[in-house]
Ligand binder design. Structure first.
Ligand SMILES: Cc1cc2nc3c(=O)[nH]c(=O)nc-3n(C[C@H](O)[C@H](O)[C@H](O)COP(=O)(O)OP(=O)(O)OC[C@H]3O[C@@H](n4cnc5c(N)ncnc54)[C@H](O)[C@@H]3O)c2cc1C
Ligand SMILES: *[C@@H]1O[C@H](CO)[C@@H](O)[C@H](O)[C@H]1NC(C)=O
Ligand SMILES: *[C@@H]1O[C@H](CO)[C@@H](O)[C@H](O)[C@H]1NC(C)=O
Ligand SMILES: *[C@@H]1O[C@H](CO)[C@@H](O)[C@H](O)[C@H]1NC(C)=O
Ligand SMILES: *[C@@H]1O[C@H](CO)[C@@H](O)[C@H](O)[C@H]1NC(C)=O
Ligand SMILES: *[C@@H]1O[C@H](CO)[C@@H](O)[C@H](O)[C@H]1NC(C)=O
Ligand SMILES: *[C@@H]1O[C@H](CO)[C@@H](O)[C@H](O)[C@H]1NC(C)=O
Ligand SMILES: *[C@@H]1O[C@H](CO)[C@@H](O)[C@H](O)[C@H]1NC(C)=O
Ligand SMILES: *[C@@H]1O[C@H](CO)[C@@H](O)[C@H](O)[C@H]1NC(C)=O
Length: 576
């Protein structure tokens, strides 16, 4: 059953209750409050949603059901396949998003270390967890309009799911009606694109417009056909129009070309009042600003977005690896820390994950790249490792060779916990020492550093043109230290893991004072989340939220406008 409780007593709720009451008294628009009439309006597209692994179970929510062995075998063999998850309405990349994390009995997952492990699903019950009750396959903007009408009238909570990559559980939600945008797959290229409604615009820009459901794999392939460079994420299956761009959006090319919010030119979006709006530099500018960093699932349902692209560029990549042991990782990190300012000036971006480094720059020649990385290459080789520095004629060539094969594992429970590390940390001996101490600390806990080098250091930013945290503008690294728990862990274990994550976040905050975090990849339980994720932009973002969504028809986890009391009714109540 759809829950009508929003778990808080804000004036907006009682206003809505009054509206519902009034509708009943007047006998007016009562029909739109009924899920069956919504279903009829949408031609039967309001469908019940069961958890992804349900076909393996023969008990669903306390009722005996038939297991589907064929479907189950497919799920088991592709349990960590992001394509299968993102193309299913119930597929989420990280298990904490579909389980009810605060209640270990309320879930329906397999043993990710061995999906055929019968312990997980034989004689076990599949429970709904945090999976929405119903979903609508969105085919056009008017579907979102109908959903908003229904939500307002019935008090039903909404969620929006695109690819299901969100780490914070913001694309699911117990008891919600979910809008599934995956089928919005349009892709167009325009060599001289101009924003809609801009009078006397100067010459057009090269741009690609993507439907809300399009993922990076498809955009990259499409951009390559048109011989242009699209700045996007390091995962084939993350979406180009969802929370990636609405929350910041980093690429390994961001050090030179900026963040996704710097490159997006226009959104078509259905706001909670049901209007389809165009937001760009000439109309609905406040909404445009908010959608450039204020977060997904907050200001409306984006139907499509348009992004600036550039002619394809050559780039140089470096893939450096060695086998780490108890003693050889810290000296490697020392070289990395000492070289970071120099590498930033040279346009390098990439990822360091333990003893593996995969970086790219569009600014150096092969010979310059070899010289730039000489220290770190020599060190890796001395550890019996390898270093390959090579040139690619385009991003797509590099993507095909390295990005797909180095995708982050999914189908697991994994919380991100990263913080933006500003340039000034690298400028002082104390700052560098603090980083080294942090690495020692996490190594002592059996973890290894994860560093997306994605700060837009060379990008010529126009002040306040986006609403993503201003901390991005002085950041060089995103420094991560997440946590994970086993599929069958107890609540006590889960609480300990989150306490550890809180401790790591506090440690990272201490060594990066005044900086912030990228909410898409931050600790979901960050205490000062408004400040950490948006800084001074939070207050104006809240004003825009109040303008477009005064009734909080959209209200995702720690999104702009969310209140602490909303945690109580969520699946993360035990940890917040
Ligand atoms: C394996 C992996 C790799 C990643 N790599 C990168 C990376 O390289 N760079 C980077 O910046 N981030 C990366 N991320 C983080 C990623 O940006 C976030 O997970 C982001 O939330 C994904 O957005 P989505 O729309 O694809 O996913 P979803 O989980 O479907 O949606 C996320 C949020 O956006 C909202 N949303 C989705 N679609 C819409 C819409 N049409 N209108 C309004 N709201 C919408 C949802 O309600 C939800 O709140 C990665 C994550 C994973 C798991
Ligand atoms: C599960 O069962 C409970 C009653 O036991 C019911 O309230 C709930 O709606 C059911 N959920 C689903 C998803 O079927
Ligand atoms: C909506 O209608 C379709 C087609 O008749 C049906 O399969 C589905 O179960 C209905 N949804 C709800 C919520 O009843
Ligand atoms: C890094 O710089 C520090 C001084 O800031 C120095 O002590 C250390 O030896 C350097 N490490 C490497 C590997 O060059
Ligand atoms: C780690 O590996 C390096 C290079 O192979 C080696 O010199 C060193 O002794 C190793 N250290 C440990 C603790 O095994
Ligand atoms: C940066 O942008 C400003 C205006 O937005 C422009 O005046 C300036 O020349 C640009 N600088 C560089 C280095 O491109
Ligand atoms: C969890 O499952 C594993 C098998 O994956 C098993 O070895 C372990 O005992 C289980 N732990 C708990 C707490 O049930
Ligand atoms: C993290 O926990 C350790 C104890 O395990 C404690 O000494 C340290 O002060 C904590 N750090 C922070 C920043 O809370
Ligand atoms: C930034 O722009 C937004 C939207 O136009 C505005 O509300 C806000 O006040 C601006 N912030 C600053 C610091 O100028």
């Amino acid at each position: 059953m759809i829950s009508s409780s929003r778990g808080k007593m804000a004036p907006s709720v009682s206003k809505r209750s009054l509206a519902v009451l009034a509708a009943h008294l007047l006998g007016a628009s009562a029909a739109s409050c009924d899920i069956n009439s919504l279903n009829a309006t949408l031609n039967g597209r309001v469908q019940p949603l069961a958890p992804f692994s349900r076909p393996c179970f023969s008990d669903y929510n306390g009722t005996t059901v038939a297991a589907d062995e064929t479907a189950c075998t497919t799920i088991q063999s592709k349990y960590s396949d992001p394509y299968m998850r993102s193309s299913s309405p119930s597929g989420y990349m990280n298990n904490q998003v579909e389980m009810c994390a605060s209640d270990p009995n309320d879930q329906c997952v397999l043993d990710n270390s061995d999906p055929t492990d019968p312990l997980a699903y034989v004689d076990a019950t599949c429970n709904q967890g945090n999976v929405p009750s119903y979903y609508i396959e969105v085919q056009q903007a008017s579907d979102a309009t109908e959903a908003f009408k229904f939500a307002e009238c019935s008090g039903t909570r909404l969620s929006i799911k695109n690819t299901g990559h969100d780490y914070l559980g913001r694309s699911s939600g117990k008891g919600t009606l979910m809008l599934w945008t995956h089928k919005l797959q349009s892709l167009t290229y325009n060599a001289a694109w101009k924003p809609d409604g801009c009078e006397g615009c100067p010459a057009g820009t090269q741009a690609i417009t993507t439907g809300a459901g399009v993922n990076f794999n498809d955009v990259y392939e499409f951009a390559n056909k048109h011989n242009v460079n699209f700045i996007g994420g390091y995962s084939p299956t993350v979406g180009a129009s969802g929370a990636y761009v609405q929350n910041g959006g980093h690429s390994v090319l961001s050090p030179v070309y900026g963040l996704a919010v710097d490159r997006v030119l226009q959104f078509k979006v259905v706001t909670p009042d049901g209007q389809l709006r165009i937001a760009n530099e000439c109309q609905n500018q406040d909404l445009f600003w908010a959608l450039r960093g204020g977060g997904g699932g907050t200001f409306g349902v984006v139907i499509e977005s348009t992004h600036r692209v550039d002619p394809a560029v050559k780039l140089v990549s470096a893939v450096i690896k060695f086998t780490s042991n108890d003693t050889n990782l810290l000296p490697f990190m020392d070289i990395v820390v000492n070289n970071t300012l120099k590498w930033a000036k040279e346009g390098w971006g990439g990822h360091i994950s333990g003893s593996s480094l995969i970086n790219v720059t569009p600014l150096l020649t092969l010979a310059e790249a070899e010289e730039s990385l000489a220290d770190v290459v020599a060190y890796a080789k001395a550890q019996g490792g390898t270093a390959v520095i090579e040139e690619f004629s385009s991003w797509y060539e590099f993507y095909e060779k390295y990005v797909s094969s180095n995708a982050v594992t999914v189908g697991v429970t994994h919380f991100a916990g990263s913080r933006l590390v500003p340039k000034n940390v690298f400028e002082t001996a104390q700052g560098r020492q603090n980083l080294m101490d942090f690495f020692s600390l996490i190594l002592s806990k059996g973890q290894s550093p994860y560093i997306p080098i994605v700060g837009p250091v060379l990008y010529n930013y126009t002040a306040n043109s986006t609403s993503a945290t201003p901390a991005w503008r002085s950041a060089i690294w995103e420094l991560g230290s997440g946590t994970a728990w086993a599929w069958n862990s107890t609540l006590e274990t889960r609480e300990q893991k989150i306490a550890g994550l809180q401790n790591m976040t506090a440690t990272l905050e201490k060594i990066t004072p005044g900086s912030g975090a990228y909410s898409n990849e931050a600790n979901p339980f960050t205490e000062d989340w408004q400040e950490a994720w948006w800084g001074d932009n939070y207050a104006p973002l809240l004003n825009i939220k109040n303008k477009y969504d005064p009734k909080r028809l959209l209200n995702c986890w720690k999104c702009v406008g969310w209140e602490e009391s909303d945690a109580k009714s969520s699946c993360f109540s035990a940890f917040n």
